[in-house]
Design a protein around this ligand. Structure first.
Ligand code: NDP
Length: 346
C-alpha cells in the first residue's frame, strides 16, 4: 500500500510517500480502508521528535481516520466488514485499575495511536489497523473528510472544558488559537454550554471563521493588547476559564487574564514548554491550574452525540492528497490554515 513514512526526525522533508506492507489485523484488531485521515499538531511533534519520547522508526503518523472496515480479527464480535467508522486514538491495556476506571491515560501501556510508536502505525496510509474496541460509528451526517477531522480534537476539548474545567453557563472562556483544530472545537463546546467564548487568533480570515462558529468576542493577538481587551469584555473581572495549548509565549498573558478563583486548563505547548510563573498568584488568587491529556472513549461518545445532531460541526479548511501530507504539515507549522486539514489517499 501507499503511505507517508519517516525514517528520521526533522522537518517536513523527512516525510516520504512510498510503498509499505499492508498491516495484518491480529485477533482483536480491525483493518480499515482509509477514506480520509486528518492532520493534527501531534503528527508534527512526532516527526520533529520529542525529548524523552522514544520512537521506533520508520513510522507512519496519523491519529484520526474515517474509513471502512476491510477485515476483522478472529475474536472481533462488535464490528463487521463494511462498517463505516472513526477511531478513538487512546491505546491502553483496558484491564488495569486505571483503564477500568475510565482513566486509560494513566495506564502504564497508554499511547496515542499514530503519535507514539509501538506495534501500530497511524492513519496516513491507504490502510491502517486498530483494536476493535477503539472504533466507533462514523456520524452519518458527515462525509469521510469531515468525520476524519473530528475525534482527536473533540475528545481533547471535551475533557479540557467539560470534565476538567467543569464549564458553566455564562462563563467567559478565553480561547487561544481559536481558528485552529482545538480552538474551533473549544468555541463550539463553550457555546453548547451557553458559556461566552472569547476567541484569540492572528488574522481577519480566522476571526471571521471564529465568529461564524459562535465566538461572542474576537481578539487579534497581532494587533490588540489581550489583557486590556479581556478586562473590557469582562468588566474588569477577567476570564473564568482560559483554554491553553499555546505554551511558553502565551502562558504569562493567560495567567494575567484569569480571574481570581478561575481555571486555566492546558493540553499543549506549541510555542515552548518552559513557561514562567509567579506562584504567589496561585495562592493569592486561589486559581486552578489543570493539565489535560486526550480523553477517554466514553468522553468521545458523549461529545459525538452533538456532532450527529449538528450542534458541533467540522471545519475542513483544506483537503490534500496523501502524497502532499508534508505540504499540509508545513501549512500548520506556519499557522496558514483555517480549521483542519483532511488527507485523502489517492
Ligand atoms: P493547530 O495548528 O490546528 O492550531 C494551533 C493554533 O495555535 C494556530 O492556529 C495558531 O493560531 C495558534 N498559535 C500557534 N503559535 C502560537 C503562539 N506563539 N501564540 C499564540 N497562538 C499561537 O493545532 P492543534 O489545535 O491541533 O493543536 C494545538 C496544540 O495542542 C499542539 O501543541 C498539540 O500538540 C496540542 N494537543 C495536545 C493534545 C493532548 O491530548 N495533550 C491533543 C491535541 C492537541 P493563530 O496564529 O491564528 O493565533
Amino acid at each position: 500500500m501507499k503511505a507517508v513514512v519517516f525514517n528520521q526526525h526533522g522537518g517536513p522533508e523527512v516525510l516520504r510517500y512510498t510503498d509499505t506492507p499492508e498491516p495484518k489485523p491480529g485477533p482483536t484488531e480491525v483493518l480499515l480502508k482509509v477514506k480520509a485521515s486528518s492532520c493534527n499538531f501531534n503528527d508534527i511533534w512526532a516527526r520533529r521528535g520529542l525529548p524523552g519520547m522514544e520512537m521506533i522508526l520508520p513510522h507512519i503518523s496519523g491519529s484520526d481516520v474515517s474509513g471502512v472496515v476491510a477485515e476483522v480479527g478472529s475474536a472481533v464480535k462488535t464490528v463487521k466488514v463494511g462498517d463505516e467508522v472513526v477511531v478513538h486514538c487512546g491505546l491502553s491495556c483496558r484491564e488495569c485499575y486505571y483503564c477500568t476506571h475510565g482513566e486509560e491515560f494513566f495506564c502504564r501501556d497508554f499511547k496515542i495511536w499514530g503519535f507514539q510508536t509501538g506495534p501500530l502505525d497511524g492513519s496516513h496510509a491507504e490502510y491502517c489497523k486498530v483494536p476493535s474496541v477503539n472504533v466507533i460509528p462514523k456520524p452519518k451526517n458527515l462525509t469521510h473528510p469531515e468525520a476524519a477531522t473530528i475525534p482527536l480534537v473533540l475528545v481533547t476539548v471535551w475533557r479540557m472544558l467539560v470534565t476538567r474545567a467543569k464549564i458553566q453557563p455564562g462563563q467567559f472562556v478565553l480561547i487561544w488559537g481559536a481558528g485552529g483544530g482545538l480552538g474551533i472545537m473549544a468555541i463550539q463546546v463553550a457555546k453548547l454550554f451557553n458559556a461566552r467564548p472569547i476567541a484569540i487568533t492572528s488574522g481577519d480570515d480566522k476571526l471571521a471563521l471564529c465568529q461564524r462558529m459562535g465566538a461572542e468576542f474576537l481578539l487579534n493577538r497581532t494587533k490588540q493588547d489581550i489583557l486590556q481587551e479581556v478586562r473590557k469584555i469582562t468588566s474588569g473581572k477577567r476570564a473564568d476559564i482560559v483554554f491553553e495549548h499555546t505554551g511558553a509565549e502565551t502562558w504569562p498573558i493567560s495567567i494575567q487574564c484569569l480571574k481570581w478563583g478561575g481555571t486555566i486548563v492546558t493540553c499543549g505547548a506549541t510555542s515552548g514548554f518552559d513557561a514562567r510563573l509567579d506562584i504567589r498568584l496561585l495562592w493569592n488568587k486561589q486559581q486552578n491550574y489543570l493539565g489535560s491529556h486526550l480523553g477517554n472513549k466514553g468522553e468521545l461518545i458523549d461529545a459525538m452525540q452533538f456532532v450527529e445532531t449538528g450542534k458541533i460541526k467540522p471545519v475542513v479548511g483544506k483537503i490534500l492528497p496523501l502524497r502532499e501530507l508534508a505540504h499540509g504539515q508545513d501549512l500548520m507549522e506556519r499557522n496558514a490554515v483555517l480549521g483542519k486539514i483532511a488527507i485523502i489517499p489517492e
